[in-house]
Design a protein around this ligand. Structure first.
Ligand code: ADP
Ligand code: MG
Length: 989
C-alpha cells in the first residue's frame, strides 16, 4: 500500500548515493494521536518547536550513523469555524435558531438534530463567528508555518460547504482592510520575515485542480500538469508548474491576485463567489543551516570508510520544506447545488476527489491496511499531508443555517475523522554538497598552489644548504690549516718564553743578591749615620756650652772692665772736684787785682774742667747703657736655653691656651646670638621705615657708600650704627671679624653687614684694617658664593677705600684684581654699585694710577656700564672723574706725560655719549672728567676726533656749576688744537 510503504521508507538515503537524508525524529512523546485532544493548536506548536530544537542538537549523531529513520507522531489538527449569518440568512432564517451551538472554551460544538436533541463534538479548536482572521491564523496556521521554517513539510487545508468561508479564511488579500488578511498572506509574511535573503530561498507555485486536471494559475496555458512521484522517496512533485522565487510580500500579493484572476470560478445558486476548483498554493522553503556541532563530520563512502572533514570543511546542510495551502471546492452534494450540464460534470469531479479524500481519511483514521491514495489527483497531491511526514492543520468551515444542517453534519464528521489521522513528522535536511564541493575545490586549489610554492622553497633551501655546507667545509679546512700554523707558532713562542723566564729568573736572583748586599750596606750606613749624629750632637752641645761659658766669661770680663772704668772715672771726678774746691779756696786768698787777672784764666780752666766732666758723664751713661744691653742679651740667651730644656712649662701653656680657646668659642656662640638678634631688630626697623616712606634709591655721589639705601633713613642707620658701636665695644672687633669666617652663611651675612656698618665710620676704618678686617673682606669677595655677602663686602671695601693708607693696602693685597673680577661676574646692580664705588675711590689716589690701570681697574669700571643702572653709572662716572683729575694733577706737576690712560683704555666714546646724561650725578662727574682731559693738549686731538669738542662748548655754556663752566671756557680758549678746529669749522666762540 502506497501510504503505508511511504511511511516506512520516506526520508532515507539510498545505499550507493553519497547524499544523505537527514530526516530526524522528534523525541517528544506528548503528541499522542489521541482524538479528540484537549491540547490547543498553539501549545502543540510550542512543543514541536522545543522538540525540533532537541532534534537539532542530536542531528550529528544521525549524520554519523544514518540509521535513525523514525518520525515523530503528529496528529492532524482540526479546527472548526462558524461563518456569521449572511444577509440572506438573516432574513430567511430569522425565525430559526442556528443549527450549531459553539462552546469554544470547551472546544466543543453542539449540532442540533431537532428542537430537543443534539450531538456534541470535540475539536482541537472551535472558532466562533466573531473570531478574527488574525486569531484564526495564529491557532490554525502559525504552528504549521513555524514547522515549515524549521524544515518540516506542512499543510493547511480548508474543508466545507460552498459559501461557508474557506476562501475567506485562506485567500483573503485584505487590500481594503488589513485585518481581513487570510492565512496565505499572513503565512507568507511570517516566512519572508524569518528567512535570510542571502542564504535562503522561497519559491511559490499556485495551481488549481479542476476536473482532475492540474492547472498552473500563474501560467494558465499550462494545463494538465503531471504529478510525479519519486518511487524511492515517495516525494510528490509537479515539474511542469511555474516556480516563482519570492523576494517580498508585495511580490506575493501580486502573484496571488494573478492566480485568483485565473481561477475558474463559477457561480452557483448557493454562493456567487464560491469556487468549483481546488486551489493549491505550494511554498518551497530552502534554508542553509550550518551545523553548529564542533565535532568533525564524516561522510560515509561506498567502501565503508568515511572521509573525515576538518573543522574548516564541515559539510553545510540545507533544509528543504514545503508549505501546502489547500482551498478545497465546496463539499455540498451535487443534487443540492442544482448544477446542470457541464456544471454537473464539475460537481461530479469535485465530489470524486472529495469522496476519494474522505475514503483515504477514513482508511487512515481506522488504520486500514489499504489507503486509496491513487483514486484521485487530490489524494495523490495530499499524500504527505495525511498519513505522511507533514504537520497538517485542517479547518472545517460551517454555516449557521438550519437549512444546510445535513451538509454541516457531513462536514463535522469529516473533521472528526480527520482528527484521527496520525502523521510522522520528519525533518527535511540534507548536506549542501554543492557548496561544500565548491569550498573544497577552492581549498584544494589553494593547497596545490601552496604546495608548489613550498616545494620550490624546499628545493631552493636545499640548494642554499648545500652551498653553505660547501662554504663551511672550505672554512673548516682553512681554519684547520690556520690552527696547525698557530699551534706551531705557539709552541715556538712557548719555548722562547721558557728561555726568557729562565734568564729573567737568573737576573732576578742576581738582583736579589745585590739588593741584599745593598740593604746590608744601607743598614750599616744608617747605623754609621746615627752614630755620627749622636757624636755630632754631643760635640755640638759641648761646643755650645763651651761657647756659652766663654761668652759668659767674656761678658763678665767686659762687665768688670766697665765697672773698673766707672770706678776710675768716679775717682777721677772726685779728684777733679777736690781740685776745684782747692782752687776756689786759693782764689779767696789772693788779692783783688790778682784775682781779677787770674780769674779769667781760672774761669777758662773751670770751663774746660766742666766740659771734661760732662764728657765723662756722657761716657758713663753710654757704658751703663751698653751694660744694660749686655745684661738683656745674657738673659735672653739663658731664656732660650731654659725653654729648650723645660717642656713641661710648654705643655702647661698649651693647656692654658686650650682653655682660653674654649672660652673664646663660648663667647663666639653668645656673639652669634647677639648678632642675629641685632640683625632681626635692624631688619624690622628697616621694613617699618621702608613702608612709611616712598623713597627712591639713594644716589651716592660722594665717596661714602651706604649699605642701607633710603637717604631719609639716616636716623635709623645712625641708630643701628650706635647699636653696632655698642656691640663693637662689648664684643671687640676681633671677635666680629672672626665671625666673617663662620661656617653658617647667615652668621657670615650678619657679620659682614656689621663690619660694613662699622667701616662706614671713619674712626673705625683704621681699626678694622689693623685687625685684619680688610683681608677678611677681600677673602669674602673672592670666595663667597652668596650675592648678599659679596655686595656687602664690596660696600665695606668701598668705605675702607676712602682712606689713603687703606687704598694702598687694598692695592697691595690684590684688591683691585678681586674687584675687577667681581665687576665682571656680578649682575646685581647694587653689587656693581658697591664695586664701582670702591674702584672709584681707588681712582682718586694719584700714586696708584698706573697699578690700578695695569691690573684692569679702568677696564672693569668701563665694563660695568653694561648694567645701565643709574646708580652704577654714577659711580663709574665718579671713578672716571677722579682718575682724570689725578691725571690732570700729575701732568700739572710734571709727573706724567703722554695721552690719558682713560683714552687709551677706550673710555672716551662712553664719556662723550653720557656727557649730557639726564641723571645729574652722572652728568656732573662726566663734565668734570671732560674738562680735566681737555686741559692737556696731548689729549686734544682725540677729544676733537671723539666729538668731545661740542660737549665742551655745551658745558662752557650750559653747565649748572659755575666753576666747571669757567674751567671749560678757559680750556677751550687755551687749547690751540681746539681753537684751530673751531676756526676750521668757522665756529665763533
Ligand atoms: P467558500 O469559499 O467556502 O465558498 P467564501 O469564502 O467564498 O466561501 O464565503 C462566502 C461568503 O461568506 C463571502 O461573501 C464571505 O465574505 C462570507 N464569509 C465567509 N466567512 C465569513 C466570516 N467568517 N465572516 C464574515 N463573512 C464571511
Ligand atoms: Mg471558495
Amino acid at each position: 500500500m502506497a501510504f503505508a510503504s511511504y511511511n516506512s521508507k520516506s526520508g532515507f538515503s539510498v545505499g550507493s548515493r553519497t547524499v544523505l537524508r537527514l530526516d530526524r525524529p522528534l523525541t517528544v512523546s506528548s503528541m499522542k494521536p489521541v482524538a479528540p485532544s484537549p491540547l490547543p493548536f498553539a501549545s502543540a506548536a510550542t512543543r514541536t518547536k522545543s522538540a525540533s530544537s532537541l532534534q537539532r542538537r542530536s542531528s550529528v549523531g544521525s549524520l554519523k550513523t544514518g540509521k535513525d529513520d523514525s518520525g515523530v507522531p503528529g496528529r492532524v489538527r482540526v479546527a472548526v469555524r462558524l461563518r456569521p449569518r449572511n444577509a440572506e440568512e438573516q432574513i430567511a432564517d430569522a425565525d430559526f435558531a442556528d443549527c450549531v451551538e459553539l462552546l469554544p472554551e470547551l472546544k466543543r460544538l453542539k449540532l442540533r438534530k431537532n428542537n430537543w436533541d443534539c450531538e456534541t463534538y470535540q475539536f482541537d479548536e472551535v472558532l466562533t463567528e466573531t473570531a478574527s482572521q488574525k486569531r484564526v491564523y495564529e491557532v490554525v496556521a502559525k504552528p504549521v508555518v513555524e514547522s515549515v521554517l524549521e524544515g518540516y513539510n506542512g499543510t493547511v487545508m480548508a474543508y466545507g460547504q460552498t459559501g461557508t468561508g474557506k476562501t475567506f479564511t485562506l485567500g483573503r488579500i485584505g487590500e481594503e482592510d488589513c485585518a481581513d488578511r487570510g492565512i496565505m498572506v499572513r503565512a507568507m509574511e511570517d516566512i519572508l520575515a524569518d528567512i535570510s535573503p542571502e542564504h535562503d530561498t522561497v519559491t511559490v507555485s499556485y495551481l488549481q485542480l479542476y476536473m482532475e486536471s492540474v492547472q498552473d494559475l500563474l501560467a494558465p496555458e499550462r494545463d494538465n500538469i503531471p504529478i510525479v512521484e519519486d518511487p524511492k522517496t515517495g516525494d510528490v512533485s509537479l515539474p511542469g508548474a511555474t516556480l516563482v522565487e519570492l523576494k517580498d510580500q508585495q511580490n506575493f500579493v501580486q502573484l496571488l491576485q494573478t492566480g485568483e484572476n485565473n481561477r475558474i470560478a463559477s457561480n452557483t445558486k448557493m454562493n456567487t463567489e464560491s469556487s468549483r476548483s481546488h486551489a493549491l498554493l505550494l511554498v518551497h522553503v530552502k534554508r542553509s543551516a550550518k551545523s553548529k556541532q564542533e565535532k568533525d563530520l564524516v561522510i560515509p563512502q561506498e567502501n565503508g570508510n568515511g572521509v573525515q572533514l576538518s573543522k574548516g570543511h564541515r559539510a553545510p546542510t540545507i533544509r528543504k520544506s514545503k508549505l501546502l495551502i489547500v482551498d478545497l471546492a465546496g463539499s455540498e452534494r451535487v443534487d443540492k447545488s442544482g448544477s446542470e450540464g457541464h456544471q454537473l460534470e464539475e460537481a461530479k469531479a469535485i465530489n470524486l476527489s472529495l469522496t476519494a479524500l474522505g475514503k483515504c481519511i477514513n482508511a487512515l483514521a481506522e488504520s486500514s491496511p489499504h489507503v486509496p491514495t491513487r483514486d484521485s489527483k487530490l489524494t495523490r497531491l495530499l499524500r504527505d499531508s495525511f498519513g505522511g511526514t507533514a504537520r497538517t492543520s485542517l479547518i472545517i468551515t460551517i454555516g449557521p443555517s438550519p437549512r444546510h444542517r445535513a451538509e454541516t453534519a457531513s462536514t463535522i464528521l469529516f473533521g472528526q475523522r480527520a482528527m484521527k489521522v496520525e502523521n510522522m513528522l520528519k525533518l527535511k535536511e540534507e548536506f549542501d554538497y554543492k557548496s561544500l564541493c565548491r569550498r573544497l575545490e577552492a581549498d584544494l586549489d589553494r593547497l596545490i598552489a601552496e604546495n608548489e610554492r613550498q616545494s620550490q622553497a624546499v628545493l631552493e633551501s636545499e640548494e642554499e644548504m648545500e652551498r653553505r655546507l660547501e662554504e663551511a667545509r672550505i672554512i673548516v679546512v682553512e681554519a684547520e690549516s690556520r690552527l696547525s700554523a698557530a699551534l706551531e707558532t705557539l709552541a715556538e713562542e712557548r719555548r722562547k718564553h721558557q728561555q726568557e723566564n729562565k734568564e729573567t729568573l737568573q737576573k732576578v736572583e742576581v738582583e736579589r743578591a745585590e739588593m741584599e748586599r745593598f740593604e746590608q750596606k744601607l743598614k750599616k750606613n744608617v747605623q754609621d749615620l746615627q752614630d755620627q749624629k749622636e757624636k755630632q750632637t754631643f760635640a755640638e752641645k759641648e761646643k755650645h756650652q763651651k761657647a756659652l761659658v766663654e761668652l759668659e766669661e767674656k761678658y763678665n770680663q767686659e762687665l768688670s772692665n766697665v765697672k773698673q772704668i766707672l770706678e776710675t772715672e768716679r775717682a777721677h771726678r772726685e779728684k777733679l772736684e777736690n781740685e776745684l774746691k782747692e782752687l776756689l779756696k786759693k782764689a779767696e786768698e789772693t788779692t783783688k787785682e790778682e784775682s781779677l787777672r787770674t780769674e779769667r784764666a781760672k774761669e777758662d780752666e773751670l770751663q774746660k774742667l766742666k766740659q771734661q766732666l760732662e764728657k765723662e758723664h756722657l761716657l758713663r751713661e753710654q757704658a751703663e747703657c751698653e751694660l744694660k744691653k749686655i745684661e738683656q742679651q745674657h738673659k735672653k740667651t739663658n731664656g732660650i736655653i731654659q725653654d729648650n730644656e723645660d717642656s713641661s712649662i710648654l705643655r702647661q701653656k698649651v693647656e692654658q691656651e686650650l682653655q682660653e680657646k674654649e672660652k673664646l668659642e663660648e663667647e663666639v656662640r653668645a656673639l652669634k646670638q647677639q648678632l642675629l638678634q641685632l640683625h632681626i631688630e635692624a631688619e624690622e626697623s628697616k621694613r617699618t621705615l621702608e613702608k612709611a616712606s616712598s623713597t627712591r634709591s639713594s644716589v651716592c655721589s660722594d665717596s661714602h657708600i651706604s649699605i642701607n639705601r633710603p637717604s631719609n633713613m639716616r636716623d635709623t642707620i645712625n641708630g643701628q650704627r650706635a647699636t653696632i658701636a655698642k656691640l663693637f665695644e662689648q664684643v671687640g672687633l676681633h671677635k666680629i671679624l672672626s665671625l666673617l669666617q663662620s661656617e653658617d652663611v647667615d652668621v657670615r651675612v650678619h657679620a659682614v653687614k656689621v663690619v660694613a656698618n662699622l667701616a662706614a665710620e671713619e674712626g673705625n676704618q683704621e681699626k678694622i684694617v689693623e685687625a685684619g678686617g680688610l683681608g677678611s673682606l677681600l677673602m669674602l669677595l673672592q670666595s663667597s658664593e652668596d650675592e648678599t655677602i659679596r655686595r656687602v663686602a664690596a660696600g665695606a671695601i668701598a668705605n675702607l677705600a676712602m682712606n689713603e693708607t687703606n687704598q694702598e693696602l687694598i692695592m697691595a693685597q690684590g684688591g683691585i684684581g678681586l674687584l675687577a673680577r667681581t665687576a665682571d661676574d656680578a649682575e646685581d646692580p647694587q653689587t656693581l654699585r658697591m664695586v664701582a664705588g670702591a674702584i672709584a675711590n681707588l681712582c682718586g689716589n694719584e700714586k696708584l694710577q698706573i697699578k690700578l690701570r695695569e691690573e684692569g681697574g679702568i677696564r672693569a669700571l668701563l665694563g660695568m656700564v653694561r648694567s645701565r643702572h643709574p646708580d652704577v653709572l654714577a659711580q663709574v662716572a665718579r671713578g672716571i672723574a677722579n682718575f682724570a683729575k689725578c691725571e690732570s694733577r700729575g701732568s700739572g706737576q710734571g709727573n706724567r706725560i703722554g695721552r690719558s690712560l682713560l683714552i687709551d683704555d677706550g673710555a672716551l666714546p662712553w664719556i662723550v655719549a653720557n656727557a649730557n646724561n639726564e641723571a645729574s650725578p652722572i652728568r656732573r662727574h662726566i663734565e668734570l672728567a671732560l674738562c680735566h682731559l681737555a686741559q692737556h693738549e696731548v689729549n686734544a686731538k682725540d677729544l676733537v676726533a671723539g666729538g668731545a669738542l661740542w660737549e665742551l662748548i655745551r658745558i662752557s655754556r650750559e653747565c649748572s656749576r659755575e666753576d666747571i663752566r669757567t674751567l671749560a671756557q678757559r680750556t677751550l680758549n687755551a687749547s690751540p688744537t681746539f681753537q684751530a678746529e673751531l676756526k676750521r669749522l668757522h665756529v665763533v666762540y
